[in-house]
Design a binder for this molecule. Sequence first.
Ligand SMILES: CC(C)(COP(=O)(O)OP(=O)(O)OC[C@H]1O[C@@H](n2cnc3c(N)ncnc32)[C@H](O)[C@@H]1OP(=O)(O)O)[C@@H](O)C(=O)NCCC(=O)NCCS
Length: 212
Amino acid sequence: MAMLLRPYRTSDRGAVYDICLRTGASGGDASSLVSDPTLFGDLWAGAYVDLEPEHATVLADGDDRAVGYVLAAADTLAFERRCETDWWPDAQARHPVGSGRTPLDQLLVALVHDPPSVDPDVVARYPSHLHIDLLPVAQRQGWGRRMVVRALELVGAAGSTGLHLGVDEANTAAHAFYERIGMELLGSDGSIRTYAATIPPGLPGSGVEAGD
Ligand SMILES: CC(C)(COP(=O)(O)OP(=O)(O)OC[C@H]1O[C@@H](n2cnc3c(N)ncnc32)[C@H](O)[C@@H]1OP(=O)(O)O)[C@@H](O)C(=O)NCCC(=O)NCCS
């Protein structure tokens, strides 16, 4: 199937939420684990496409449907501040404290009300961050590598000098991916690993190479 990378459009929003859910269980499909299918997207996708769409890229299939995305915040601290006013209050109203029928719903609702914030030492060295998810149909064909490079190019063009990301400690496939493409493992808090790459002026050269 012919696929291509293109900038995010608002018409992709539903597909982005769906991909977020279908890759939310340490890279696998989380749809049977939640009763509210919007929780994953409200936590890890919606704010990026709504508040910083210029740094969102989708992988589209032959019917122009999004089958993967890479979403980035160029300035993580500024993005977090913006979320405090322009994202979390509405998300919290959509998911009231104590709502959620399944244990995972309840865990995610608690996160909506107490969003994790980034380690100041990490963000000082790597001010940007990203989220990347591809449906199984798009995995292991070189797209993920190209999409990380695209995100580095976009935030680099916005003046960023480094990018980090968090990945579930259980998502060993993603660890293999990030290590293979040359990202540096900064550490783990026991449940989330942090990987990073520097972005020297004038990409390429971040250590993450696009391949062919
Ligand atoms: C993890 C993910 C982004 C990787 O993207 P991808 O398109 O599948 O990976 P690529 O095909 O670009 O692989 C790039 C390199 O990593 C390697 N790699 C990718 N997945 C791997 C795996 N599971 N085990 C070992 N190596 C792997 C590839 O072999 C390739 O190496 P090569 O260039 O030397 O051949 C994608 O599989 C995905 O979205 N998975 C589900 C959701 C997820 O886990 N997201 C990350 C959350 S932090």
